[in-house]
Design a protein around this ligand. Structure first.
Ligand SMILES: [Cu+2]
Length: 607
């Protein structure tokens, strides 16, 4: 390479960064986050992916992420439906690694979860992933090893349809949202374990009571009274996120808000954004001020187009939206962290170098008693109400109980598929110290956009608006149901299901070929994005049964009762877990075994 071309290359790599030449020389940055490539895994011979620790400039500072082919996020991997995909993954780390293809239906030994579906990829080793692609849409991939995902080990995955794409668009852009920290993720996890609320600097205090009065439209005495109530419960109404912008830099395609990554289109063109939330702990509220968005795809599945102004994207979900660039102006692509502690941002414009006004962060939302299921009546009414009663689960001696006990095996009678109960009351059963609080009631919330949304005259997407474009093959009514409580103890940072961590739990068994139902009951005051590997979850949102959306990740809101139906058509054993990385690490994880009989071992699970 000539010196001239080298200099040109380096300048291009640093474009858009406000860095003085002297700083460039001193820190010798090896590259900038966000310079990722596009690879075709369906081409003959497949592709090679190199996992490597590397210094990169992130938000202008030197970080040491886990890169894939030299970048964070990793390359956009494209595949074709009906063809084989082949990826050779080379581990150049000093530790084991893995790649999980999130939302893809693959044989279990290609699913990439160490300890569940394969042993992991040792340092210096190469693992070849090979599978037939049987679906299309927007997906993503990431490490399923330790806390590697926090270090940048993720990327987008796009599967092109075999037949005509029902989505009409002129230009396509990919968006990977994530949360980066310059801290060691292991240190962050330790802080969460030992210092409750460590990253939550926005908690209400006497000093900011005035702000709270403004934020909630309540009188001072009422706010103080409410605050005392929360204190008594040893909970915190600002527990919106465990980790916040105090440590996180929110990234869009590896770029910080001030780096302003730009997406170009001609005025009049229809732009399809494929959006993945690859963050470990952060939900984003996504909007493009001034442009209505048409949602066309959710979790890789085409949906009936629905127009909206804003959508909340839970960790691990994907959405595709189509917008039309109306003129030769710039529009801000804005992804605000759910707890309002920061944002990721880009620009849609006819050319590079343009920018529009960046909206201000909104006020941090406050949880209400209703979010803890403390108020009777409809959620809409309840969210406006204050006060109410609180039931505390007494921290009784831990008593192991069989998951099968809460998973009654019904006779093969068909369960209803319409007009399911709108509310359940929490029974007298205790989940042990793994669940410090219980919502007294859990409610259907599929028409609720979520805490902090829907109050500012914007249309906000809710799950209830999602309808599959084409009814999937198997919509038999389920014949068996399992109740799964989402439980947690924030003070000890224990997260689990039915009061138990993964290490204390048994496999959840699905019978091969059956249709079964899981009722998730969120006993905690946090949102949890629950992900099932290998099989779809048909999400009950009250439509005609064939129209309910199909998801790989479902967000369960505080005190929500949420129901999914599943066809157990994937032999082997699979991961089923909360996709908040530190919740998963703390134990909010189950092994699902697809078995021939409900007492038996997983089918073909010798790997
Ligand atoms: Cu969780």
């Amino acid at each position: 390479m000539s010196r001239r071309s080298f200099v040109k290359g380096a300048a291009a790599g640093l474009a858009g960064l406000a860095i003085s030449p002297s700083l460039q020389a001193k820190s010798k940055p090896k590259g900038v986050a966000g310079n990722f490539s596009v690879l075709d895994a369906s081409k003959p011979g497949g592709i090679d992916l190199y996992i490597e620790r590397k210094d990169l400039l992130i938000d202008g500072k030197v970080g040491r992420p886990i890169t894939i082919n030299g970048s964070i996020p990793g390359p956009v991997i494209r595949m074709k439906e009906g063809r084989e995909a082949l990826m050779r993954v080379h581990n150049r780390l000093g530790e084991s690694t893995s790649i999980h293809w999130h939302g893809m239906l693959v044989p279990f030994n290609m699913d990439g979860v160490p300890g569940i579906s394969f042993p992991g990829i040792d340092p210096g080793e190469t693992f070849t992933y090979k599978f037939d692609v049987r679906q299309n849409g927007t997906y993503w991939y990431h490490s399923h090893t330790g806390l590697q995902e926090q270090l940048g080990h993720y990327g987008q995955l796009i599967v092109e349809p075999e037949d005509d794409d029902p989505v009409d668009y002129d230009v396509e852009h990919t968006i990977v949202l994530s949360d980066w920290t310059f801290e060691d993720p292991t240190t962050a996890f330790k802080k969460l374990k030992t210092m409750e609320g460590y990253y939550n600097f926005q908690r209400p205090t006497i000093a900011n009571l005035d702000d709270q009065v403004k934020a909630t439209d309540k009188g001072l005495m009422e706010v103080i009274g409410k605050r005392l109530n929360w204190d008594w419960m040893r909970m915190d109404p600002t527990d919106i996120a465990d980790i916040t912008g105090s440590t996180y830099t929110y990234l869009l395609n590896g770029r910080s808000a001030r780096e302003n990554p730009t997406f170009t289109a001609e005025p009049g063109q229809k732009v399809r954004f494929r959006i993945t939330n690859a963050a470990t702990m952060s939900y984003f509220d996504f909007r493009i001020p001034g442009l209505p968005m048409t949602v066309v795809n959710a979790d890789g599945q085409n949906v009936e187009p629905v127009e909206t102004d804003e959508l909340r994207i839970a960790v691990a979900e994907t959405y595709d939206v189509v917008v039309t660039l109306p003129d030769d102006k710039a529009y801000t692509v804005f992804a605000e962290a759910m707890d309002r502690s920061g944002y990721a941002r880009g620009t849609l414009a006819p050319k590079e170098g343009m920018a529009a006004k960046v909206p201000e962060l909104r006020r941090r939302p406050m949880l209400t008693m209703a979010d803890m299921g403390m108020v009777h009546g409809s959620m809409k009414m309840a969210k406006k109400a204050m006060g109410g009663e609180m039931e505390m689960a007494k921290p009784v001696k831990y008593e192991a109980h069989d998951e099968a006990k809460v998973s009654p095996i019904k006779n093969r009678t068909e369960l209803p598929v319409k007009d399911l109960p709108t509310m359940v009351e929490h029974g007298p059963d205790e989940h042990g110290p793994g669940s410090i609080t219980m919502a007294k009631n859990a409610y259907r919330q599929f028409d609720e956009p979520g805490v902090g949304l829907g109050d500012d005259n914007r249309r906000v997407l809710s799950y209830g608006q999602l309808k599959v474009l084409e009814t999937p093959k198997d919509r038999r009514p389920p014949t068996r149901e399992i109740n799964l409580h989402l439980t947690g103890n924030m003070h000890q940072y224990i997260w689990g299901f039915n009061g138990k961590k993964w290490s204390e739990s048994q496999m959840i068994r699905f019978k091969y070929g059956e249709r079964l139902r899981i009722n998730m009951i969120n006993d905690t005051m946090m949102n949890h994005p629950i992900h099932l590997h290998g099989m779809w979850m048909d999400l009950y949102v009250g439509h005609e049964y064939g129209k309910n959306p199909r998801k790989h990740t479902v967000n369960v809101q505080p005190a929500e009762l949420l129901t999914v139906d599943i066809t157990a058509d994937a032999p082997g054993q699979w991961a089923f877990h909360c996709h908040l990385l530190y919740h998963m690490k703390a134990g909010m994880f189950r092994t699902v075994a697809v078995v021939r009989d409900l007492e038996g071992e997983p089918i073909d699970a010798e790997a």
